[in-house]
Design a protein. Sequence first.
Length: 222
Amino acid sequence: MLGLDFSFIDLDVLQKFVWGGLVFSVQLTLVATVGGVIFGTLLALMRLSGKRALMGPATFYVNGMRSIPLVMVILWFYLLMPFVIGRPIGAELSAIITFVAFEAAYFSEIMRAGIQSIPRGQVFAGQALGMTYAQNMRLIILPQAFRNMLPVLLTQTIILFQDTSLVYAIGAYDLLKGFTNAGKIYGRTEEAYLVAAVVYFVICYSLSWLVKRLQARIAIVR
């Protein structure tokens, strides 16, 4: 069909070129998700604190990050940080730091919505029991917010996995880079990109299906 030849795709090619890229893409996704949720939750708490000294910087950071394309943030950090610290940063480390910083802004909005979805009566009940603000958040509000927002958090994680392909711009060896290298070596670039698209589709569609199942189960519990 259209002169395409996929015969070069075999187990040896997948192990030699693709497997390492897939591992890095998954690792980057997991690290960025965990780091993004942690820092995003802190940003959400700062924005909901009611204190201008905390609300202002957090709001500026979240809105600023959400207004810039991720690929530009990746390139800026990778190209400019060597001038700031005086030495180059590896592509993989640069990608990890950039993704955590960028995704924190998006996870912050998700967590802020989750926290605000909890009835205020539960907040007042915790205060009536003598809980501090930190105890109220840690024991009552945040556990419920995480449960309510879990499907949305996982959906954002799937989008994050797709975005890992952008680290190709700074030469990091991700899943897409693995297919690209295989395609160039075997002279089948078009076929390599098509197979890469299928792999991304299968992974993301499967994860989306699992998220829908989880969302249905959470709805039943409610």
